[in-house]
Design a protein around this ligand. Structure first.
Ligand code: ADP
Length: 247
């Protein structure tokens, strides 16, 4: 089957990387990946490699930017020049500015911002290697970094994209599928409240496709959510072991 003249699903119904349509890529999450940030996380999702670092809540500079009733959340998503096949210009692109905003908006509902008036929480995201779905993987990693920084949260946020090629919904698009497919729907959810905090759609989707895509995304998001919690537990178990062995 062809989509935009590139074969994305073969005759056996398998995708370019051998996955079935409703199969996500393998992933790995590490909490507390960096030693110099207040909180951090690393995620690998297929060939994506992303680091998230969090600072705060801390004093805002310049001070007039401080909000009297809540913390300000800032997010900076950047792709390293070596993260894609052809060297990316290190300058800030429109896409990076847009994704920074989208990621911040997907994370903000999970943070108890009202508990930290006049402060700022900074989230830095560095994409080391990109292969489709970096905004959603960044959200998954950044929410672990926020929790790792000890910032009170209603829940973690996990995210995944669902796309489409040859009228078939595909879970967790890779770079080629993103480039040549017929659509892309990044979705973020706070699992405990079943609350969607990001829903974008690029391409044309029928209402029943959107419903099916949400179902596929939800299943994958619950797996990522388990991975996020495991990563946080692993970090604190390690600290506990270190403390116990030093006593
Ligand atoms: P997302 O990474 O969230 O899917 P996009 O849909 O904008 O966001 O990008 C899809 C993919 O296209 C990226 O994951 C990356 O693999 C690739 N890509 C993005 N920007 C560039 C770039 N400047 N050069 C080469 N590839 C890029």
């Amino acid at each position: 089957m062809r989509s935009n003249n590139v074969v994305l699903i073969n005759e056996e119904g398998l995708r370019v990387d051998g996955r079935r349509p409703n199969e996500m890529r393998p992933f790995k999450i590490i909490a507390g990946y960096l030693s110099n940030a207040d909180g951090s996380a690393y995620i690998e999702l297929g060939r994506n490699k992303i680091v998230a670092a969090v600072y705060g809540p801390r004093e805002v500079h310049p001070k007039y930017l401080a909000l009297p009733h809540r913390a300000t959340v800032r997010c900076r998503y950047s792709m390293a020049p070596f993260s894609v096949e052809e060297r990316k210009s290190p300058g800030r692109s429109r896409r990076e500015i847009e994704l920074s905003k989208v990621i911040r908006e997907a994370l903000e509902p999970a943070i108890f911002v009202e508990e930290y008036p006049r402060t700022v929480i900074d989230i830095f995201i560095q994409v080391l290697e990109a292969d489709g779905g970096t905004r959603t993987a960044s959200i998954t990693a950044a929410s672990v970094a926020l929790a790792d920084a000890g910032i009170p949260m209603r829940d973690l946020v996990a995210a995944i994209a669902v796309g489409k090629a040859s009228d078939t919904l595909l879970l967790d698009l890779n770079g080629i599928e993103d480039q040549y497919g017929d659509g892309d729907m990044p979705i973020a959810i706070m699992p405990r409240y079943n609350l969607v905090t990001l829903f974008q759609a690029d391409g044309i989707f029928a209402p029943e496709e959107i419903e099916e895509a949400l179902k596929m995304a939800r299943e994958a998001i619950y797996k990522l959510y388990e991975g996020q919690k495991e990563a946080l537990k692993r970090k604190y178990l390690k600290i506990r072991e270190e403390v116990l062995s030093s006593e």
